[in-house]
Ligand binder design. Structure first.
Ligand code: ADP
Length: 633
């Protein structure tokens, strides 16, 4: 595996677990969010059940209170009011005033004969409250309730049942009224009035139903049946089922009867348990009280506005958790709620506790988490790209170095072989005396080539390690160039090139330079020209020096293939060689131009490759003139 692939694999090896971790983090966040939502829902359900339990308890408490009221409270002890005088001892029903429970709007009684009565004082013309309540109870929605009352009197001939339900208590008042009429001793006699004290038997709805079946006229019975069923269902379902099904007797609650009214033991009455009943949109608490074949319906009309308003609001305020406070909404409009539960399944099914969705959904940091994940993904991707680039670069460098090593060894082998063969032939006297000058020349040439190669490699290594410091001294560049080209004349000639065309200014061109470096620059450029323009040797080479502004410009020109534009900058990179079919067998290491550029820069100048007008390559090296270099910048 190449180093690049290895590096890339390493990068992927680091990136993949990082991304997997980040993804895991995101998933964990999502799961946590789902759990939080589930938990929140659980909390809401719990809060709703708490509130519903509070509603049930409060309604049950109301029911028990009303259940405990004696028969007399609902319709007795104040009629007929016109017979009473101020200051007389009168037992007034505690239900005659404003109901003390805000949930109740009015009390009522439906007499055995179907007459609706309310326990409010009936002034001449009727009190507005009495009229309104009586109108409600006498209205069509209450018809099934009215059908529950039955009988109008005791069966004839039964002396123990001579007092029917309608007349209980009223008989005492009749005495009182009679006594009052025109009698000067009315007060005294009133004190003597003895009111019957009834006792109660709790009976089941079944018992009431069968009593009614015996005593009610057929149409009433027919319309009463669904109501019985509804009441029985409520008893079967609701927590009010505390009423014993066998009709066992309950302790009699103390009646609100003033002490100055004399009492006597009265008859015992059958009470059905008090239950809630919905009549259209009206909720009532009702029971049937029966005696001697007559049954009255007693109850309270609940104020739905109050129930839905102040009562529920107060209940929510008292029992709701601060973080889960519902509003009261119509059950039909509950879709908008995060959670909706009916306030009470039987009594108030049309109202619901509506929990709003939390203002900030749990896990609001999802966006942040996604952002972080995306950012991380971006960073990982960028890092992978950078790693891939670095890996490719390192691959290129390693390929270049491999090429360099093989090139250098090849470059070394050729002159070394020539040197060894020539030396051996000389040693063994195999060279004819007239060929000796050529042999010596070859030996000199190859050793020069060898030493140049070694010099180049060393020079690059020294520059790379920062060990080489150029010795810059002002000198005439033109004179140096002339000397170097003269030195190379023999070499040029041996390569079959005509003498180099030299174009130098007449005046000295003074630059601060290191003569050895200048020689390395020019020799490398001439070597390249001889190597790459060998096909066009007849066209010769040209070396020119010109002064342009504050620079001395050295040009080495040939008529060879030139350097493709795309490679003109890269040829100055170390080990870079133009990939060209024709140069495949041209020896070289890719170090020459790199060395030229570094040395040029060491002089404060620059080296560039250009196309020579008319074809060929032009390698240009610019040096700052000594006067310019000395000038303060
Ligand atoms: P090399 O040892 O390969 O000559 P250099 O650094 O001297 O290394 O040159 C880099 C590359 O530039 C060469 O491989 C060659 O392709 C190209 N080059 C340099 N000089 C010339 C030239 N005068 N004409 C054409 N191509 C050249």
């Amino acid at each position: 595996m190449s180093p690049a692939r290895r590096t890339l694999a390493l990068g992927l090896g680091v990136a993949a677990p990082t991304l997997a971790l980040a993804l895991g983090w995101l998933l964990a966040g999502l799961r946590e969010r789902a759990m939080l939502a589930e938990q929140r829902r659980g909390e809401l359900v719990q809060a709703a059940e708490l509130l519903r339990a509070a509603v049930r308890e409060s309604l049950e408490e109301l029911r028990r209170r009303e259940d405990a009221r004696p028969f007399e409270h609902y319709g007795r002890f104040y009629r007929p009011p016109e017979v009473l005088a101020l200051g007389e001892a009168v037992a007034l029903s505690p239900l005659a005033g404003e109901p003390d429970d805000p949930r109740i709007s009015a009390y009522f009684q439906i007499d055995p004969d179907g007459r609706v009565r309310t326990p409010y004082a009936t002034e001449p013309g009727g009190s507005p409250r009495a009229v309104a309540v009586e109108a409600t109870v006498a209205g069509p929605e209450f018809a099934p309730l009215r059908a529950l009352s039955f009988g109008s009197g005791a069966p004839a001939g039964d002396p123990s049942l001579t007092v029917a339900l309608n007349d209980l208590g009223n008989a005492a008042y009749r005495d009182l009224a009679d006594a009052r009429r025109g009698d000067a001793l009315a007060a005294e006699r009133a004190q003597k009035v003895r009111l019957p004290q009834t006792s109660r038997n709790l009976v089941t709805w079944d018992a009431i139903q069968s009593q009614q079946a015996q005593n009610a006229p057929p149409p009433q019975q027919a319309s009463a049946e669904p109501v019985f069923e509804a009441i029985q269902q409520q008893y079967a379902a609701g927590p009010q089922g505390h009423v014993s099904a066998d009709g066992s007797q309950r302790p009699l609650p103390k009646a609100h009867v003033p002490e100055d009214i004399p009492q006597e033991a009265g008859p015992s009455l059958d009470y059905s348990p008090m239950t809630y009943l919905r009549l259209g949109r009206t909720v009532v608490l009702q029971r049937v009280v029966s005696h001697a074949g007559a049954g009255s319906v007693q109850g309270a009309v609940l104020d739905e506005g109050r129930l839905a308003g102040e009562w529920l609001a107060a209940l929510v305020a008292r029992h709701a958790l601060p973080e889960a406070t519902p509003t009261i909404a119509a059950t039909s409009a509950a879709e908008a709620c995060a959670l909706a539960r009916p306030v009470h399944d039987e009594v108030l099914p049309d109202l619901a506790f509506c929990f709003p969705a939390p203002a900030a959904p749990p896990g609001g940091s999802l966006v942040l988490q996604l952002g972080v994940l995306l950012g991380l993904g971006g960073v990982v991707a960028a890092a992978l790209v950078a790693i891939a680039r670095a890996a490719r670069r390192s691959d290129e460098l390693s390929a270049q170095k491999t090429a360099f090593v093989s090139a250098v060894s090849h470059e070394l082998r050729t002159p070394l072989t020539t040197l060894r063969m020539h030396a051996e032939m000389l040693q063994e006297g195999l060279v004819a005396p007239e060929r000796l000058p050529v042999f010596y020349d070859d030996l000199a040439h190859e050793s020069v080539r060898l030493s140049r190669l070694v010099e180049n490699v060393l020079a690059v290594a020294q520059l790379e390690e920062g060990r080489r410091v150029l010795q810059l001294r002002p000198g005439d560049l033109a004179a140096q160039i002339r000397d170097i080209v003269d030195d190379q004349a023999r070499h040029v000639e041996r390569r079959g090139f005509p003498p180099v065309e030299l174009a130098l200014p007449d005046e000295p061109v003074v630059v601060r330079c290191d003569p050895q470096a200048i020689e390395q620059i020019l020799v490398n450029l001439l070597d390249n020209a001889l190597k790459y323009a060998a096909d066009q040797r007849a066209a010769g080479l040209r070396v020119a020096l010109e002064v342009e502004g504050d620079q001395a410009v050295l040009r080495v020109q040939d008529r060879g293939p030139g350097i493709p534009e795309a490679d003109r900058d890269r040829v100055f990179d170390r080990f870079y060689r133009v990939a060209r079919e024709r140069d495949a067998h041209t020896p070289g290491t890719g170090l020459g131009l790199a060395l030229v550029r570094e040395l040029a820069r060491g002089h404060g100048g620059e080296a560039v490759a250009l196309a020579r007008p008319g074809g060929g390559a032009e390698l240009q090296v610019r040096f700052p003139l000594a006067s310019a270099a000395a000038r303060p910048t």
